[in-house]
Design a protein. Structure first.
Length: 197
């Protein structure tokens, strides 16, 4: 039995469900909203590489080190983006949340907060994780700000850690949230989602 089993998470106007080949066109459309594959510090697939992106994610699911989800608008079914559990470590009950990207029209809305709340709730309250982590490119300042808004704490920077899509070597900023911090973070995220706009 895998540590992360297929599950559909729903709430706050979203449906977060296991990524499948049937989501190819929806992901292409989401990525095209803002031509996201042109952003140097992300891993959004080019339209012609979307199927391979999904196939690679499914192979990583089979290997047990990544479980990718598609993020949909619950009422329309429109694909808004993608997020994953990755670097899954069952022995220490740790997952990271990453490979996250959203259509430009979904950015700076409630979508990231809601999606992460669903994924963190599942990680801490169903999987029993002790730690949930995040990592991002040292030049992806928008991602760093979004992770910090979620309540994660900066652990540090791993220098010369990974290749970017353009072949340059990036430093990686690491963040985490421990189970003991989760109740307060959960309350803050719920407040952020429910406050009048």
């Amino acid at each position: 039995m895998a540590f992360v089993e297929p599950v559909t998470l729903q709430g706050y106007g979203l449906r977060v469900l296991p990524l499948a080949l049937e989501h190819e066109q929806g992901l292409q459309a989401a990525a095209a909203d803002g031509a996201l594959w042109t952003i140097r510090v992300t891993s959004v697939p080019e339209p012609e590489n979307t199927r391979k992106y999904i196939e690679d994610a499914l192979a990583m699911r089979e290997a047990g080190n990544r479980f990718a989800f598609v993020v949909q608008d619950a009422s329309s079914g429109k694909v808004l983006g993608c997020s994953s559990y990755h670097d899954i470590l069952p022995a220490v009950k740790r997952v990271e949340i990453g490979y996250t990207w959203y259509a430009k029209s979904a950015q700076r809305t409630h979508v990231n907060t809601a999606c992460k709340l669903l994924l963190m709730t599942h990680a801490f309250e169903t999987l029993g994780c002790h730690v949930v982590g995040w990592r991002t490119d040292n030049f992806n300042f928008a991602s760093q700000a979004a992770i910090e808004r979620l309540g994660a704490r900066k652990d540090g920077v791993i220098r010369g850690h990974a290749l970017r899509r353009d072949g340059t070597i990036r430093d990686t900023v690491m963040y985490s949230l421990r189970a003991g911090e989760w109740p307060e973070v959960r309350a803050q995220l719920l407040y952020a989602l429910n406050k009048p706009r």
